[in-house]
Each structure stands twice: as C-alpha cells, then as structure tokens.
Ligand binder design. Sequence first.
Ligand code: CA
Length: 232
Amino acid sequence: MKREKILIIEDEPDILEMITYNLEREGFAVTSTANGEEGLLRAKREGPRLVLLDLMLPGMDGIEVCRRMRSDPVTSSIAVIMLTAKGEESDVVLGLGIGADDYITKPFSPKVLVARVKAVMRRGTVSDEAQPGDIIKRGVLVIDLTRHEAQIGGEPLALTPTEFKLLHFLASYPGRVFPRDHLISRVIGEDVIVLSRNIDVHIRSLRKKLGDHRDLIETVRGVGYRFQDVRS
Ligand code: CA
C-alpha cells in the first residue's frame, strides 16, 4: 500500500519530534520544516496528502500559509490541520474560515493526534467511493468525483477536502434538507468532536467560493441546509 505523505510545519523541536515519531510509527511518510515559506514551497513540490501546520511560526505564520495554500489550485485540495496553543480560539475560528479542515490544541497526546489525522484523511476520500466517470451536474455546477474537482460555469473551484465533500453530499440530494448534526456525522465524521457552528464556518466559506451562485446552498432556518432543487 502507498504510504500517505504528511508535511509538518512546526518550529518547536520537541513537538516536531513527538509528531514525527508517532506518525512514522503509524506508517506515514513524514517530512518537516520549521519555516512557513519553505513549508509552502514543499507543499507545492511534494504534494502531501495532509499538512500539520503550527499557527505561530517565525516569519510567515500558519494562517498566511493556509490562506496561500487554499488560493493556489496546486495546493488547495491538500488537507490542513492547524496546531494551536490554548487561548488562540479566535485564531482557530479564523483558521477554519480560511480553509483549515480541523485544529488540535496544544498540548495534545499522540493518540489524539493520530486519531484526528486519520479522521481528516478519511473525509477527503470522496473519490475513493466514486465510480470512475462519476459526474454530478446541477445547473452551472459540475462535480467530477474521479478527478476530485468542482467547476462553476467552467471555472474550477479551489475547495478544501471538507468543502468538496460537503458540496458533493448536498448536491447529491437536491431539495433535501439536512440538519447540521446530520451533516457533521455524514460529512465530517462522528469520531471527531465538532461544534455545530463549525459546519456553518465551512458552509460560509463554500458559499463565498460559489460567488454569484452562493444561493445554490440554502439555509433552512432553525434546521440546517439544503442544495437548491436543481436537477439538470
Ligand atoms: Ca510555534
């Protein structure tokens, strides 16, 4: 089996060593750097499946690294888990708003780290379930499951793995309303402790990327979300 690549961007040697040791023991191929700029270059060059990204880094910080990864089609689909210190909660929300898939608060145990890494990786594997050639068309929106790509009016959308899975899931059932908790269990995974409002953050970010077509995802007050009843 192919070893999944993980890139760690972390400037604290002790934490880096602990993460590297535990992920290698789980069979992942791990590379690392203590520098945000270099991390960004490596993400482009090495194409890891997931990046563990420290928030506080000298020079370019984790938020900026994540933002740049998301705005570049080469790196936009790489899963990102932010590593944050206690008391950085507002930064955490910002981190999710700019496209991080999850976050882990320091200090954390190896067990928690490995569980979260595996959970985020599972979320990003929509394409594994899809049959080759599976394409969903909903008006101007086209979702190509094999290529793990979504387009609006022929323009590719730079979606995070979580946003892609969310869009794919909602678009698979046009007109049907899903409560937030349902979306969390179906899209995010029940093994991750997620606050309901985090779904709202992912939806907000997804809508922003849909631009003029943001209304494709409708809010049903007091219930949740639904994809517009568009079937052609
Ligand atoms: Ca740091």
